[in-house]
Ligand binder design. Structure first.
Ligand code: TMP
Ligand code: ASP
Length: 236
């Protein structure tokens, strides 16, 4: 059976497979920022993010977090369960950075007294606006129970990843998750990578993520490679 492209996003393409309930994710090198205003490529990013995301899904799966990952098929391809993605992006923040620092006038690097969970409406035309549980219910983006599940998983994932990364001298500043429904249950989808997280070196506080691209800090590919190395011991 011919594989057909179902969707092309900013960093990934999704293809059908011979099974209706599985799709193939293809990781591109394309990078965008500020809702597509800034465009570029990061050499080998697709390969690096595929490996990094595969590693994180396996780690989370071992800790009991249900996710869409089945297996990494090639350098740029990942086989996953076909989800109905909920149009809500869940952001978890431990330390103020990025849009939170700007919106609330906090110095970047300010440790928050409590972990913050935010929800954004996944809508490129609107630039993914910040919403809360009332908007989600009123717009029927997800049920109250699905929101609670996403929040619980997001906090559990934060605990697992923060702890793991600490052992690798990386601080988990914040990250974005997407969830979808599979066989009636909410499970983790999309990817977890330096595109969707902020990682700072624990000692030097150097940025090891897509902020190097967003802010033209240079050595973007090196940072992604270093994250893969610290996580898996693999030198890309
Ligand atoms: P922000 O500070 O720009 O709101 O980003 C918070 C986190 O979410 C950060 O780790 C980057 C990630 N993120 C995405 O993965 N996709 C996006 O479209 C945005 C805006 C942020
Ligand atoms: N906002 C995303 C980011 O900065 C990318 C984009 O929207 O173009 O990660």
């Amino acid at each position: 059976m011919e594989s057909k492209m179902l969707y092309e996003g900013k960093a990934k393409k999704i293809f059908t497979t011979e099974k209706a309930n599985e799709v193939m994710v293809y990781f591109k090198d394309d990078a965008t920022a500020f809702n597509g205003e800034k465009k570029g490529t990061i050499a080998s990013k697709g390969v690096l993010n595929n490996k990094i995301a595969s590693f994180f899904f396996e780690l989370l799966g071992e800790k009991g977090i249900p996710h869409h990952f089945i297996r990494r098929v090639s350098d740029r391809e990942m086989l996953v369960k076909a989800l109905t993605i909920l149009p809500v992006e869940v952001v978890v923040r431990n330390i103020a950075a990025g849009s939170l620092a700007k919106r609330l006038g906090l110095a970047e690097g300010t440790k928050m007294a409590e972990t913050i969970v935010e929800m954004y409406y996944k809508n490129d035309e609107l630039g993914d606006p910040l919403i809360n549980q009332y908007h989600i219910k009123a717009m029927k983006l997800a049920t109250e129970e699905q929101v609670k599940t996403m929040e619980d998983y997001a906090l559990a994932i934060n605990a697992i990843l923060s702890e793991y990364l600490k052992g690798k001298n990386l601080e988990l500043i914040d990250f974005k998750l997407e969830f979808g429904v599979y066989e009636g249950k909410v499970i983790l989808g999309d990817e977890i990578s330096p595109d969707t997280c902020r990682f700072w070196d624990s000692v030097t506080k150097e940025k090891m993520d897509k902020d190097r691209f967003r802010r033209d800090l240079g050595k973007v590919e090196d940072a992604y490679k270093e994250v893969l190395y610290r996580l898996t011991g693999e030198r890309a």
